[in-house]
Design a protein around this ligand. Structure first.
Ligand code: FAD
Length: 533
């Protein structure tokens, strides 16, 4: 098959499914979150023939529900996990280099409060060690602040609580975009990632797994994918895929809430004390601020993954206790909830369990990777592919992903090419921040769009781009994993639906019933993240 054809497209599904059911892969990866995506890219760039199956949309699991930080891992210092801090810290600069428009340096304010667990001395010491281990250089190094400077930086802090502060460096990201860009790159290099394909049953030969029966959730057909090795990178579903008696994981639930910047007008990102002994992040993003997270045990057998009023209450109380605001539940415009896949450690509660990753090599040939963080995805992938190369008897080749740019970054070029368009600089940079250089293609589509769609023509161009180039299959895929509007711009989604209906139905060639079904699914999700139980 000619790989100049872009198979990372919802239009090419038939060809893609045909291809993966007729091939014999070196590796099939189960799970299209950041872990699976990282493995897929590392494997293809080291010469393995690789396919990836994801049962829902890419990044629709935990990899779109994180705090969206590429962490140096300050809190791991408390647990004396120096190696983890070193690795996470080093990774940040690498990820910024390979994906500069989605991994960006961010100064974080750490206020020191009168009754917090850190004082000036311990904060300074911890941040010095952190900078050293994480290899932080120059102006990004920690800076201790007086009380006055701290309050000047963030006037919403309650004066009498604060005794000083510090600035330290973090990197912020867009978790689902990062995952999708990695998969796009892997696909461009010749890998075959497929969404809405659920791995259901292993196929054995002499007690060794040689393939997997999958269900195509879009056509309800079975698809058999054959491979020399299977990798289980299914995150919080690891134990379901393994079907073993002894469970490997314990799940921890974490929520975030979103409020308008107008209600909580912080000037910058803050890492602050919650009402218990934990710490929370408040991070401004465009016209919103998101706050999180919680960390509580979750039993999938007993409960649904929905947000509880008491979890929201905890975040609101913590905010109102630390800042000069009076946020109420009705101010929340959106939220998200995700599950941390943590490796079981006896007698520890979820917040004490380390965020380390581990590779399990089963007798039946299945390699499982579990645990870890978004931040460490590249190193996790490197370790897994090292194991794969050994098992497959491939000559060992060093991982290529450290210098493998997810795409080129030419912002000046982009601004030049778009300067004649009648689009506001805010919209231009917003689209660029999501799609990088590919934003040019969205503006090319935009030139051909019917001007009757007025304010929504750019959004329609974005939808067309995502269906053709990002394997987006429905409205929810688009408004959640492709551009996070369900979290940060629900109002705009609701206003846009009437305008996008006609071009969307034409694009997908669907009838009124199918449109209604998709828009109901979108509205159901929006209801869940705006109403708490
Ligand atoms: P997932 O993203 O869940 O991917 C697993 C995928 O496997 C899913 O998409 C699922 O649909 C698919 N799957 C399951 N079963 C099957 C099957 N049978 N067939 C096909 N596909 C299947 N880390 C950071 O570095 N920085 C942060 O700021 C941060 N904040 C966090 C905040 C919260 C609240 C949480 C919960 C986690 C946070 N993390 C953070 C951790 C990070 O988000 C996770 O470690 C990471 O996203 C896990 O990725 P994953 O690919 O392993 O899992």
């Amino acid at each position: 098959m000619d790989r100049k054809i872009n198979l990372f497209s919802s239009n090419r599904r038939k060809e893609l499914i045909q291809k993966i059911s007729s091939d014999y892969f070196d590796v099939v990866v189960i799970g299209g979150g950041i872990t699976g995506a990282g493995i897929c890219l590392d494997a293809i760039s080291r010469g393995l023939n690789v396919c990836l199956v994801e049962m829902n949309d890419f990044a629709s699991g935990t990899s779109s529900k994180s705090t969206k930080l590429i962490h140096g891992g300050l809190r791991y210092l408390e647990q004396f996990k120096f190696k983890l801090v070193h690795e996470s810290g080093t990774e940040r600069a690498i990820l910024h280099n390979i994906a500069p428009h989605i991994v960006k340096p961010q100064r974080m304010l750490l206020p020191i409060s009168r009754d917090g667990k850190l004082n000036r001395l311990t904060t300074s010491l911890a941040l010095t060690i952190y900078d050293y281990l994480a290899g932080v250089k120059g102006s990004e190094k920690k800076k201790m602040l007086s009380k006055k400077d701290t309050i000047e930086r963030e006037p919403l802090l309650i004066d009498k609580k604060i005794i000083g502060g510090a600035l330290y460096s973090e990197y912020r990201t867009d978790d689902s975009r990062l995952t999708i860009e990695i998969l796009k790159k892997a696909s461009a290099l010749g890998a075959f990632p497929v969404n809405y394909l659920k791995a259901e049953k292993f196929i054995y030969e002499n007690e060794i797994i040689v393939g997997i029966n999958c269900r195509d959730k879009l056509s309800e057909k079975n698809v058999l994918v054959k491979s020399k090795i299977l990798v289980n990178a299914s995150g919080a579903w690891t134990d379901d895929v393994l079907k073993e008696k002894n469970k490997k994981l314990i799940l921890s639930k974490g929520i975030h809430i979103v409020v308008p910047l107008g209600k909580f007008p912080i000037k910058q990102s803050v890492y602050f004390d919650a009402i218990d002994s934990r710490m929370l992040f408040a991070i401004p993003r465009d016209k919103m601020v998101y706050i999180g997270t919680t960390d509580t045990f979750f039993d999938r057998k007993k409960e649904k993954l929905l947000i509880k009023k008491k979890e929201v209450d905890y975040l609101i109380k913590s905010l109102n206790n630390f800042f000069l605001v009076n946020i109420k539940e009705k101010d929340i415009t959106s939220s998200w909830v995700g599950l941390r896949p943590l490796i079981k450690e006896n007698k520890k509660n979820v917040s004490e369990i380390s965020r380390k990753d581990e590779i399990f090599d089963s007798k039946n040939g299945l390699i499982t990777i579990a645990g870890g963080k978004l931040t460490g995805y590249r190193k996790m992938a490197e370790r897994v592919v090292n194991v794969l190369l050994k098992k497959l008897d491939f000559s060992s080749k060093k991982s290529q992903t450290k210098d493998l740019k997810l795409f080129e970054f030419h912002y000046d070029n982009f601004i030049n090419q778009t300067k004649d368009l009648k689009i506001s600089s805010h919209d231009l940079s917003k689209i660029y921040n999501v799609y990088g250089d590919n934003a040019i293609e969205i503006f090319r589509i935009h030139k051909r769009i019917d001007s009757n769609y007025k304010d929504y023509s750019l959004l329609i161009s974005e939808i067309i781009y995502c269906f053709k180039n990002e394997m987006c299959h429905n409205l929810l895929d688009f408004f959640s994993q492709r551009n996070s509007m369900v979290y940060f711009e629900i109002d705009k989604i609701m206003k846009s639906l009437n305008f996008i209906k006609k071009p969307y139905k034409e694009l997908k060639n669907i009838n009124e019933d199918q449109w209604r079904k998709e828009s109901e699914e979108l509205k159901k999700y929006i209801f869940e993240i705006t109403n708490f139980i």
